[in-house]
Design a protein around this ligand. Sequence first.
Ligand code: ADP
Length: 296
Amino acid sequence: MTIDNKRDSPQRGKPNPAESCDSLCDSCESRGTCSDPRAEISDRMGRIKHKILIGSGKGGVGKSTVTVNLAMVLKRSGYRVGILDADITGPNIPKLLGIEDLRLTAGPGGVEPVNADGIKVVSMALVLSSRDSAVVWRGPMKMAALKQFISDVNWGDLDFLLVDLPPGTSDEPISLAQLIPDLTGAVIVTTPQEVAILDSKKAVNMFQLMNVPILGIIENMSTLICPHCGQMIDVFKSGGGEREAREMGLHFLGAIPIDPEIGKLGDQGLAFVSRDTPAWKSFEKVVSALREEIAK
Ligand code: ADP
């Protein structure tokens, strides 16, 4: 992998090493000597049974939190799981998992993901020189970095690779939908409010335009679990995600409650929810609905 972890922004006049295939082939010094990235991608991705994009229309709906907890439920069910944090300019997965001081390393089989409680994690935040470094990259450079994340990383044999996308309908989802062969499909995370639903419909439409199967919709921050009495409080008028799924003819995978502990622990890098909580049970239900959908 040639991502330069000392340099967080492009150098003028010099092709970024991450862009060394396709679009920059003509000017690349390695032209004719580098390996075909498509063959590498196909080899690496061929060893992963289910490759799932996790998207949302809006930021802040809890997509990354949902991704890490779905990964943990899958891992605890005995599956081999990886998370690709595909948000190149705003990578948050390492922060949520408390691994942001670790770095990807080079091994004989390629770039080695960081291990977070048995889950293989790759993120731009595990490449940057410091926590506050900004990645100021245009679309083609982001695409080149993503290409390396799937062609150069030693993911090994996995049952599930969950790809945490940045919100919206821009470069990353489009690139990944084109780059990853045999995608299992996409899951859309939304909150119940109308603004979030409206944007998530755009994400659904984007995936449909790209012929990526939609596995279903998850409503996060659905109802609040009162920290005092444990009762459910309907803060955001829950049910928007389920209604959207019905209207769009999609599968509703389930609702995750607002749990103040999730927000607090996520800030401390402990985003995996405890097993005895209602939120964990909700994540388990979502995983079982997801597995049913995949098995269809
Ligand atoms: P996104 O990936 O959509 O931008 P994050 O996963 O980063 O969203 O979550 C945004 C914030 O909301 C984080 O502080 C996270 O801890 C919090 N959060 C996410 N889901 C829940 C939930 N179900 N209950 C309480 N807080 C949540």
